[in-house]
Ligand binder design. Structure first.
Ligand SMILES: Cc1cc2nc3c(=O)[nH]c(=O)nc-3n(C[C@H](O)[C@H](O)[C@H](O)COP(=O)(O)OP(=O)(O)OC[C@H]3O[C@@H](n4cnc5c(N)ncnc54)[C@H](O)[C@@H]3O)c2cc1C
Length: 383
């Protein structure tokens, strides 16, 4: 029986496992489950679709955690500005940004490699059922071929979390998006990444990011609400984005070398976040669950940035667990108030990016943009 069983070895789950096992004053027996074989060569079918940009907030979390990033994880080129393209208002601006451009899979594998051997790892195992059994969780993997038991369960299984859906059931959670990324060959160096706003495509945003001799074109399309897209519409929307972007940037986006997809969740209200739960209070079972990173709904609702939240929630849960298993989920829940505030403030800022008219005013004003570059910076598209 594990004291703590973590489902998901993305940045959130791996970092929690590393912290727990690295602290010799904690005597917890820790297990970690992931459907990916992070100890074997990369399986493209299990790779997470991602932009791989390490934001200033994520860099701050790495500093807090005393973590470095080996240069082998970085991707060419390193980019210092974003080209914001507003197809709705026919405007564009450049803004300075301090991101690191990374290979996402290598980043995950690096964090995973830091986990001490004391953590028992169950890789290539898909969690398929969860049962509450007396005073412990029973986790079934690969249709019950493996069963693990645990006192304290951690959901770090990302967007559309299976653990969250199974244990908490239906509730008004974060808004769901499907992201599609296609990779195209490129022989030139693009000195920016682009954020593309176009209400014809999505009410969120689209992007281009260069990774070596490839250029990613990606978008996040709504799966819920009045603008929800059907599977057929997804491809049509992506094609429209591809044509418009190729035409606007003057590049060829014809021969894709890779297509990938992933869910993205967007918490447009802090009520959609779930950090912890305690089950069976009435029966005295007191089974605890904590949710980390994207499984908690913790990503930036304006940019979909998620590494900083994955690392922050894992640090907060680790700190809560250092005082014992008893009520750790309540301490964790309280410590996540700062994340609630952060997401609340990001949602207040959201109309400046996502309301067509307010964005027009902001972009026209030039506030925060690289004005000296912007003799071209406020270009009327099509003129
Ligand atoms: C297209 C796209 C682009 C993005 N770009 C960026 C970016 O540039 N910068 C940024 O900061 N954030 C970005 N994000 C968000 C970022 O990827 C997430 O916020 C981050 O990965 C969350 O980390 P996590 O550990 O919570 O979950 P994840 O990284 O999603 O990890 C979840 C883990 O759980 C495992 N798992 C899932 N289900 C099961 C199961 N049933 N059984 C066993 N294992 C399971 C998965 O294999 C995975 O390893 C992007 C997201 C998307 C979709």
């Amino acid at each position: 029986m594990y004291d703590i069983l973590i489902i998901g070895a993305g940045p959130a789950g791996s970092n929690l496992a590393r912290l727990l096992a690295g602290d010799k004053s904690n005597q917890y027996k820790v297990g970690l489950v992931d459907k990916r074989r992070l100890d074997k060569p990369v399986d493209p079918l299990r790779q997470k679709a991602c932009g791989g940009l390490l934001s200033p907030d994520a860099q701050k979390m790495l500093a807090k955690l005393d973590l470095n990033i080996p240069s082998g994880i970085l991707e060419n080129p390193q980019i210092f500005k974003v080209r914001t393209i507003d197809f709705d208002n026919s405007l564009e601006r450049y803004y300075q940004r301090y991101y690191y451009n990374m290979d996402r899979e290598k980043f995950d594998r690096y964090l995973f490699s830091l986990i001490p051997i004391e953590v028992e790892k169950h890789l290539g195992e898909v969690v398929s059922a969860i049962h509450i059994n007396d005073n412990h969780w029973e986790i079934h993997m690969n249709q019950g071929k493996t069963i693990l038991k645990a006192k304290f369960l951690v959901a770090a299984d990302g967007a559309n979390s299976f653990v969250r859906r199974t244990v908490l059931g239906e509730y008004a959670g974060p808004e769901k998006y499907i992201s599609i990324q296609k990779w195209y060959p490129t022989s030139s160096t693009t000195p920016y990444y682009s954020g593309i706003f176009d209400s014809e495509i999505t009410d969120y945003y689209s992007w281009t990011i260069q990774k070596g001799n490839r250029l990613i074109l990606g978008t996040a399309l709504p799966l819920s609400g009045p603008r929800a897209v059907t599977p057929k519409e997804r491809l049509a929307k992506f094609d429209l984005l591809r044509e418009k972007t190729a035409d606007y940037l003057g590049i060829s986006l014809e021969t894709e070398v890779k297509t990938e997809g992933a869910f993205i969740e967007r918490s447009t209200s802090v009520r959609q976040l779930r950090f912890a739960s305690r089950l069976g209070l009435s029966t005295g079972k007191k089974l605890s669950l904590a949710l980390l990173g994207e499984a908690a709904g913790a990503t930036s609702p304006t940019s979909a940035e998620g590494f900083s939240y994955a690392l922050d929630t894992s640090l907060k849960l680790y700190e809560s667990l250092t005082h014992g298993l008893e009520s750790a989920e309540l301490r964790y829940e309280l410590s996540c108030d700062s994340i609630r505030r952060n997401i609340f403030l990001k949602n207040l800022k959201s109309p400046a990016m996502y309301s067509k008219n307010i964005r027009k005013l902001v972009m026209k004003s030039g506030i925060g943009s690289l004005k000296d570059l912007n003799k071209r910076g406020q270009v009327q598209i099509g003129t």
